[in-house]
Design a protein around this ligand. Sequence first.
Ligand SMILES: *[C@@H]1O[C@H](CO)[C@@H](O)[C@H](O)[C@H]1NC(C)=O
Ligand SMILES: *[C@@H]1O[C@H](CO)[C@@H](O)[C@H](O)[C@H]1NC(C)=O
Ligand SMILES: *[C@@H]1O[C@H](CO)[C@@H](O)[C@H](O)[C@H]1NC(C)=O
Ligand SMILES: *[C@@H]1O[C@H](CO)[C@@H](O)[C@H](O)[C@H]1NC(C)=O
Ligand SMILES: *[C@@H]1O[C@H](CO)[C@@H](O)[C@H](O)[C@H]1NC(C)=O
Length: 297
Amino acid sequence: MGSLGRQGCLLVGVLFYLSMAIGAQAQSYPGLQAAFNSWTPKQIIPDKNGRKVQLVLNNSSSAYTGMGSKQSWLFGGIGAWIKLPANDSAGTVTTFYMSSTGPKHCEFDFEFLGNSSGQPYLLHTNIFVDGVGGREQQIRLWFDPTAAFHYYNFQWNNDVLVFFIDNTAIRMFRNLEGIVPNFMYPNKCPMGLYLSIWDGSSWATCGGRVKLNWGKAPFIATYENFRLNGCVAKQGDQASITACQNSKYALRPRNLLGMLRIRQMRQVRRDLVHYNYCDDKKRYNETQVPECKYNVL
Ligand SMILES: *[C@@H]1O[C@H](CO)[C@@H](O)[C@H](O)[C@H]1NC(C)=O
Ligand SMILES: *[C@@H]1O[C@H](CO)[C@@H](O)[C@H](O)[C@H]1NC(C)=O
Ligand SMILES: *[C@@H]1O[C@H](CO)[C@@H](O)[C@H](O)[C@H]1NC(C)=O
Ligand SMILES: *[C@@H]1O[C@H](CO)[C@@H](O)[C@H](O)[C@H]1NC(C)=O
Ligand SMILES: *[C@@H]1O[C@H](CO)[C@@H](O)[C@H](O)[C@H]1NC(C)=O
């Protein structure tokens, strides 16, 4: 799949910005945004009520705008209503993702790949556990994500991680510990929430063939009405990690993967999938992606 040939660039980009974020002096905000730090305060417009934030990509010499939560969580439900940059958004990548830090990091992400005016966005998702990713899926959306706000969220307990859009399950990742030898599930790594918009010209749109056009800036992503309902834990603080592993969040909700969810994901897989690493036989054999056999819908 051409658009994945540049996958390495994405990984490098995200890690680079994370490490930059940690080194820099961060600015914090009132209201809900008090829960976040930003490393690009000049490109962020918080609203007065602290319910909403706009991330502005408007400076080609600072081609990243982003914020990260002060807290981190292990299990729970984390989401926000998001509206993406309209019209010509080719080359932009707007993100909403959870991540821990360090070489063995965990991460799960929504990444919206912009497109030329009138062409559809692609939603790219990935899951990293213990520093290992390579689990990309890309889907077309069944609505225009630039026309209105939609609710994007993660819910994960000790059994399964599910990605949702407007309460429709689009992707899952089961805990196969005890079933698949050496399987790693994100149940040990507290993760922060990050929001960003950046210049992904090198790979995002049609595999990098369509670049970001700075003449069309500013590109503005708006996030509002966050729901941060998880078990708070801190990376490196084993007591807080153990507490979350034994908390109600590790079990709830018990029916995260009911028949309704399975049906929704079947439909997404049938109608909307553009790329699924599980189907990429050139890239992986069954041994390399053991979860694919168990995530059959
Ligand atoms: C980018 O947008 C921010 C917020 O609107 C503004 O303060 C800043 O001056 C803009 N920068 C450029 C280069 O236009
Ligand atoms: C654009 O970003 C660069 C690099 O971060 C910064 O030095 C410059 O002041 C920014 N320009 C404006 C107008 O904000
Ligand atoms: C997108 O284009 C339409 C039609 O040209 C225009 O009315 C609208 O203001 C544009 N939206 C943005 C965010 O620039
Ligand atoms: C952009 O639009 C083209 C043409 O409709 C489509 O093939 C492609 O998947 C879209 N998304 C990206 C990120 O290139
Ligand atoms: C799958 O690929 C790995 C890495 O290339 C290789 O070591 C392994 O033998 C392969 N397994 C099968 C069943 O082909």
